[in-house]
Design a protein around this ligand. Structure first.
Ligand SMILES: *Cc1c(COP(=O)(O)O)cnc(C)c1O
Length: 366
């Protein structure tokens, strides 16, 4: 007897398709019969785990038979001090992805609308669909957020707006004045998630004072992660900063032990590793300059990026170039699934990885 499990699933589920992650390096190498490939596909930190985080993980190992601290007291205390907020304004997640889902679980129901931009992080589309809500996808402007159009798209049915800044997969960035003007137009009952997963890569004089705005906009939720510049993608830890009463509501839905002990310890140590963060950021800046110079020299179109990746627009189907790069042992990210079939997203790697990628590109493009 066969059971139609899909018919049993919640209303939004049949319309979902599993997230397509980049293939693990080992699997691709086996499939293609190559070795020594470089993976520039998932915006990970090419420096690997930082020394302070590693030491903290080693120190935390003997306690692994115990449950983690369900409230993440030590990490929140350190974050609070660093960000100049109250610990009660913080919520920790198993990656910021879990927290985005948590916002949806807590606030978004069928029939409500979620506003986000065309060409943005796929998780908002997935969560909107999974919750049976209506996606209001606002056409991009120059591959990035058109905040005027997004504000105009808000209706009485809108519960949530998601903004990614810098944006993934395009790397575009909207400045403080634009976001502030947008927030001034958003009704108080509409929540705004400002996803700043790549904020550490933004030059300090351009960075958005999003945390300072929380006092003025109680509907604003700032989302950050340890997966990118802090180099802890595999451990899964992120956080949101928002109004303490909003944290209190989210905590009712959050799984109590959502962040594991190693992640908590490593994230706390990573916050103290200024040298590692600084190196990650400067390596990224140099790598970005290398790609931009190459693209300009070759007359290739690209989207200027403030993040740790750069999106190349080949202005023709990018699938064949992606496959050819794979055969050269260079793994990048096709983003046809984001509606950008002519583009490839390349994560900035170590200098030798970037050079290898550019040599392969030069060869493949002829
Ligand atoms: C990578 C990324 C994240 C981080 O996700 P984690 O779950 O924290 O690893 C969040 N938002 C965007 C836009 C990203 O690109």
């Amino acid at each position: 007897m066969s059971i139609d499990f899909l018919a049993l699933a919640n209303p939004g589920v049949p319309g979902l398709h599993p997230y397509q992650p980049g293939k693990p390096v080992e699997e691709l190498e086996r499939e293609l019969g190559i070795s020594n490939s470089v993976k520039l596909a998932s915006n990970e930190n090419p420096l690997g785990l930082g020394p302070k985080a590693r030491a903290a993980i080693e120190r935390a190992l003997p306690d692994l038979a115990r449950y983690p601290d369900a409230n993440g007291f030590a990490l929140k205390a350190k974050l609070a001090q660093k960000l100049g907020v109250d610990a009660g304004q913080l919520i920790l997640g198993n990656g910021s992805n879990e927290l985005i889902d948590l916002v949806f679980h807590t606030f978004v129901s069928p029939g409500q609308q979620v506003v986000y931009s065309q060409y943005t992080f796929i998780v908002y589309a997935l969560a909107t669909q999974a919750h049976g809500a209506e996606a209001v996808v606002v056409p991009a402007r120059d591959f990035g957020h058109d905040l005027d159009a997004m504000a105009a798209a808000i209706t009485p049915a809108t519960r949530l707006v998601c903004i990614t800044n810098p944006n993934n997969p395009t790397g575009t960035f909207v400045g403080a004045a634009e976001i502030e003007a947008f927030m001034d137009k958003v009704p108080a009952e509409v929540l705004v998630v400002l996803d700043e997963a790549y904020t550490e890569y933004v030059a300090e004089d351009e960075r958005i004072p999003s945390i300072d705005w929380l006092a003025r906009y109680p509907n604003l939720i700032v989302s950050r992660t340890f997966s990118k510049a802090y180099g802890l993608a595999g451990l899964r830890v992120g956080y949101m900063v928002c109004h303490p009463e909003l944290v209190e509501v989210l905590n009712r839905v959050r799984e109590p032990f959502n962040c594991n002990s190693l992640a908590l310890a490593a994230a706390e140590a990573a916050l103290d590793d200024e040298a590692y963060l600084g190196e990650a950021v400067s390596l990224n800046r140099e790598g970005m300059a290398l790609y931009e110079a190459f693209f300009k020299e070759k007359g290739l179109k690209y989207i200027p990026s403030r993040a740790n990746f750069i999106t190349l627009d080949l202005q023709q189907d990018a699938g064949a170039v992606y496959q050819a790069l794979l055969r050269e042992g260079v793994i990048v990210r096709p983003i046809a699934g984001y509606g950008l079939p002519t583009c490839l997203r390349i994560s900035i790697g170590l200098e030798q990885e970037n050079r290898r990628c550019l040599e392969a590109l030069a060869k493949v493009l002829g």
